[in-house]
Design a protein around this ligand. Structure first.
Ligand code: PRE
Length: 296
């Protein structure tokens, strides 16, 4: 397919990152991938029409919410969440092809990856960690530096992409480590009634006792499951935005009522959209793996 016809997908990081893996899961290989350094570049790329979609990590089962992704999404008007996927995150220590583990003294590591590999670094205090903006970016840099003292924390996929050797595999603290990604678009995604879905809304509330409870109450009264509640500072001292996600079926009248009531009870409400729920039933499975790794 020509580049003109292919979906252009913006993501933060480099080819071979976990975000790249999320794109593969959501859209397959026949897309144009546009790597950016920052989350805000990704949202700007989608908003301006340079990219058709943007894929951002939103939360990790061990490290928690990805603050920068929430902030980038909330800062850019006019974006809609149209899909989600969950990637199994297995980290490796990667070095140049002739390196041995004993030679490594410096490790380039994304801070979120570091939070997922604390035990490995506690057991290997000889390794000095240097922050990197991306796991695949760390692998790319280690490949360029080509010094046996330097290694990166990244995926097997990144090892293949940057021609690095796996010095230690699966160094994450938990084998079921997973990151959830959202796909953003300029237009909402119409979905057939009955689709198992999730809706994300961002609200601010009044400064009165019970105002957050008032916003959440419609979920309880209509029997709709809240799946996630996250707060982020607005920037104005001690005031917050709340991200609420809830599961329902598309067209369910109870969910429609919840959305109307949340909008009516909050100081401001921005609905990011309703999107197909990732692998309904698979969430939480222990030790699952993304399967065969193919070169990117
Ligand atoms: O660095 C990458 O590979 C990314 O896709 C980013 C990111 C993140 O920001 O959480 C995504 C998944 C992993 O949890 C580690 C890092």
């Amino acid at each position: 397919m020509s580049d003109r016809a292919r979906l252009r997908i913006a993501f933060q990081g480099e080819l071979g990152s976990f975000s790249d893996e999320a794109i593969q899961q959501l859209y397959g290989g026949d897309v144009q991938r546009l790597p950016y350094r920052d989350f805000a570049d990704v949202t700007a790329s989608v908003a301006s029409g340079v990219a058709d979609r943007g894929v951002l990590p939103i939360e990790n089962t061990m490290a928690g919410s990805i603050a920068g992704a929430h902030d980038a999404i909330s800062a850019m008007p006019g974006l809609h969440v149209v899909a989600e996927t969950v990637v199994a995150v297995h980290h490796c220590l990667l070095g140049p092809p002739t390196t041995t583990f004993e030679q490594v003294t410096s490790v380039l590591c994304h801070p979120v990856a570091l939070a997922q590999c604390q035990q490995f670094f506690a057991e290997n205090p000889q390794l000095e960690v240097h922050p990197s903006y991306d796991t695949a970016g760390a692998a790319m840099d280690v490949s360029k530096i080509a010094d046996p003292a330097f290694a990166a924390v990244a995926s097997r996929r990144a090892a293949l992409h940057y021609d690095l050797k796996v010095l230690r595999a699966d160094i994450e603290d938990r084998a079921d480590n997973q990151t959830r990604f959202l796909a953003l678009s300029r237009a909402p995604q119409p979905l057939p009634n009955g689709t198992p879905a999730r809706t994300m809304v961002m609200v601010t509330t009044g400064d009165a006792p019970g105002s957050l409870l008032a916003v959440l109450t419609p979920l309880a009264t209509h029997g709709v499951s809240i799946r996630r509640l996250e707060s982020r500072p607005t920037g104005e001292p001690w005031s917050y935005r709340f991200f609420i996600e809830f599961d329902h079926q598309v067209g369910d009248e109870r969910a429609e009522a919840v959305m109307q009531e949340i909008a009516a009870r909050s100081a401001s409400a921005r609905f990011f959209g309703t999107f197909p729920r990732w692998g309904a039933g698979r969430r939480g499975s222990i030790g699952w793996s993304s399967g065969a790794i193919s070169p990117v």
